[in-house]
Design a protein around this ligand. Sequence first.
Ligand SMILES: Nc1ncnc2c1ncn2[C@@H]1O[C@H](COP(=O)(O)OP(=O)(O)OP(=O)(O)O)[C@@H](O)[C@H]1O
Ligand SMILES: [Mg+2]
Length: 182
Amino acid sequence: MNISIPKADSRYSEEIFQNPSTQEAASTENQVFITDSYEETFEFGMILGKTLGKGSVVALKGTLGSGKTCLCAGICRALGVTAPVTSPTYTIVHEYEGVFPVYHIDAYRLSGAEDFENAAGGEILSGDGVCLIEWGERLSECLPDDAVHVEITVLDGGKREIKTAGRIGISGGGRVRLQAEN
Ligand SMILES: Nc1ncnc2c1ncn2[C@@H]1O[C@H](COP(=O)(O)OP(=O)(O)OP(=O)(O)O)[C@@H](O)[C@H]1O
Ligand SMILES: [Mg+2]
């Protein structure tokens, strides 16, 4: 999979999401992608981000330092967020302004669904924003059926295996390779 992405363009996600042919082309099959660097994982996040729309929920699973925040940063960029995306480990939720509001949640320190509710989790999940949840498996009972699931596994030498499950607007799987922008 060769990837060439334009810089953040706030119209991009709206266009893709509103294009029915793109939605029909969305794959629901589980897929596996391999990235070789932080930048490739970020770019993969951008690709995924362009397929998301209002109300999308992405649950990310992966060990400490596997690249969840990196991937979220790529998603945010694709959704028109210009602010730096940092880990919400201590604040639990970061809200960003993009083409939609983007809520970036780190469930690592939450004890479970009730804790999440107390952090306004229910309102966030049922709202119009895009919701990205690191350690999403800790909140599995709260997640909508149509959530996109992303699991990152650390391989040798900086490689990451990224498995996706749920309806996503990209297909093909395989290696993610960066391509120079024109
Ligand atoms: N292929 C890769 N993709 C993403 N990150 C990589 C890759 N190879 C090495 N890295 C490094 O792994 C780290 C990933 O950090 P990141 O904060 O995104 O992980 P995380 O899963 O969010 O961690 P945490 O569980 O603490 O929230 C960074 O230091 C990054 O440079
Ligand atoms: Mg993180």
